[in-house]
Design a binder for this molecule. Structure first.
Ligand SMILES: Nc1ncnc2c1ncn2[C@@H]1O[C@H](COP(=O)(O)OP(=O)(O)OP(=O)(O)O)[C@@H](O)[C@H]1O
Ligand SMILES: [Mg+2]
Length: 256
């Protein structure tokens, strides 16, 4: 009498058949998501899709609940109500490691690399759920050559921008189908922001990765967005095509 909807995602790295319940080309479908911290209602009936193979940027001012949303998507906080589907499969109550195995890569806000481990060890942490001796994918070093030249340095000795590249590299180590990034430009110098922008564009253009980019830096978000979603006070208040962000005056929604 098992009704465990979570089990099928575990270890599933083969392409998921679209016939298996998925009617749209959405990589991620979020429906009716509600979340609370104590008595505070943080996410309110949140609903949006991340279309497959595209970049979706989620914008919103400080404190609207962006990180809480991503933590809910990763299973770091339990979802109070609502559902999350990855490639048509319900992962609402899956454990974080199951989501990683199912193909989600996560770059947390503030990077959260391991400061006392080397760059190489940090990257290997990203491979922890793969068989032993799985190699670090070459494309990480093609994207961020600095990581190769700093393999034996401690993560904590890197600059903020290099740490951000390391955090993205760690998330890419598993070859995720869906990459989720939480404000990757925060506190990063402009030259490295450009490198990160190029890297995300390249991943998007490879066509086999879906990207959910949480940002407050409008120009960066605009330059990468195929689709946009705007959050205010835990709700989605606008969404549309990246190409329409100017016309839709999305920038004004971010101004304080
Ligand atoms: N662990 C927590 N316990 C209680 N309240 C929290 C906790 N984490 C966040 N909050 C509150 O929940 C709300 C949403 O926070 P969240 O970090 O999700 O916002 P955000 O949109 O990511 O903000 P920022 O742009 O500053 O990163 C805020 O009011 C915040 O103070
Ligand atoms: Mg945040």
């Amino acid at each position: 009498m098992r009704t465990d909807a979570v089990a099928p995602v575990v270890g599933t790295r083969a392409p998921v058949s679209r016939a298996a319940g998925a009617t749209s080309a959405a990589a991620l479908e979020v429906q009716g998501l509600n979340q609370y911290y104590g008595g505070s209602h943080i996410l309110r009936n949140l609903a949006f899709d991340v279309p497959a193979g595209k970049v979706t940027t989620l914008l919103g001012r400080n404190g609207v609940g962006k990180t809480t949303l991503l933590r809910s998507l990763m299973g770091v906080v339990r979802v109070a109500a609502g559902s999350v589907r990855l490639d048509g499969r319900d992962i609402t109550h899956a454990a974080p490691y199951e989501r990683v195995r199912a193909g989600i890569g996560y770059v947390p806000q503030g990077r959260e690399i391991f400061p006392r481990l080397t760059v190489e060890e940090n990257l290997l942490m990203g491979l922890a759920t793969r068989p032993a001796r799985t190699a670090i994918p070459e494309r990480i070093f093609e994207m961020f050559p600095v990581l190769r030249s700093m393999m034996q340095r401690r993560g904590g000795d890197l600059s903020g921008g290099q740490q951000q590249q390391l955090a993205i590299g760690r998330a890419l180590a598993m070859n995720p189908r869906l990459l989720i990034l939480d404000e990757p430009t925060e506190g990063i110098q402009p030259s490295i922001i450009k490198d990160i922008e190029r890297a995300i564009r390249r991943l998007a253009e490879s066509g086999d990765m879906s990207i959910l980019l949480v940002e407050q830096y409008y120009d960066f978000a605009r330059s990468l967005a195929d689709h946009y979603v705007v959050m205010e006070r835990g709700e989605v208040v606008m969404q549309g095509l990246g190409a329409d962000m100017e016309r839709d005056r999305v920038r004004e929604r971010l101004a304080v």
